[in-house]
Design a protein around this ligand. Structure first.
Ligand code: PRT
Ligand code: ZN
Length: 219
């Protein structure tokens, strides 16, 4: 049962962030047991509740103070950053990827100016728009929530802007990565609404342990 005074961490319920996020808690000596249907779990040896949510909701939960902290990709965080206030307390070194613009392999590309007047499909309209504005490029952004790589093949857009890790999905769809607009990894974010007492507890019992774990891995 969740206790009111417990710290609350928001984690992705199911997806690329989930396994490493849970492993990090376990490395900090925190023990818990989860069922596939669990949405909230209280830890056995630590006053901590884990909230299992969609990754897109993590910045809002932390920003509102419903969760004291959370683990999310920088890509999601920065896409929502105009609406959110948070502190990044630690970069975590997993779920690394990049947000890139890719074009069909057969399209001639002579630098970013070639994008002028084109249409780009993406799930990251805010990041794409601010990047292109900074480069003074005028494009039509087509916002799509998934299967972005399909857009040029079905005539929906000239190019795409999406997350890339191995590059396999791009090459399977005959696309070439041309511009990296953001390098991203998982980060630990903390609510600005946390009390000083909770912050101190979090720092001592959790953040210092994560840093020690990362230091051991790096050395
Ligand atoms: O359901 P929920 O909303 O919680 O999850 P989700 O489907 O939105 O996110 P999920 O689990 O797919 O990804 C969570 C986070 O993992 C992302 O926000 C990124 O921070 C990070 N991440 C790391 C990635 C990738 N690598 C990645 N490769 N997220 C997505 N991809 C996709 C990409 O969109 C593309 O379709 O994988 C494909 C490309 O992969 P490669 O290896 O072929 O290049
Ligand atoms: Zn998501």
């Amino acid at each position: 049962m969740a206790a009111k005074q417990n710290l609350k961490i928001a984690l992705q319920k199911r997806g690329r962030l989930s396994e490493d996020s849970l492993a990090l808690l376990r490395q900090c000596g925190i023990s818990f047991s989860i069922q596939p249907s669990s949405l909230i779990v209280s830890c056995n040896n630590f006053p901590l509740d884990i909230l299992f949510v969609r990754d897109d909701d993590i910045p809002t939960l932390v920003n509102s103070g419903i969760a004291d902290f959370g683990i999310v990709g920088e890509n999601v965080l920065y896409e929502q950053s105009c609406r959110q206030k948070y502190n990044i307390v630690q970069t975590l070194g997993f779920c690394n990827c990049r947000l890139s613009i890719a074009l069909p392999q057969k399209t001639t590309y002579k630098g970013i100016q070639s994008l002028n007047g084109k249409s780009i499909a993406t799930s990251y309209p805010t990041l794409l728009s601010s990047y292109l504005t900074s480069k003074k490029i005028d494009i039509d952004i087509v916002t799509i929530s998934g299967s972005v790589e399909l857009a040029p093949r079905i005539g929906m857009a000239d190019a795409i802007c999406d997350l890339v890790s191995s590059g396999r999905t791009l090459s399977e769809n005959n696309l070439l990565e041309r511009e990296v607009i953001l390098e991203s990894e998982a980060v630990l974010i903390q609510s600005m609404a946390m009390t000083a007492k909770k912050k101190q507890f979090l720092q001592r019992s959790f953040i210092s342990k994560i840093r020690a774990t990362q230091y051991r891995r790096a050395s």
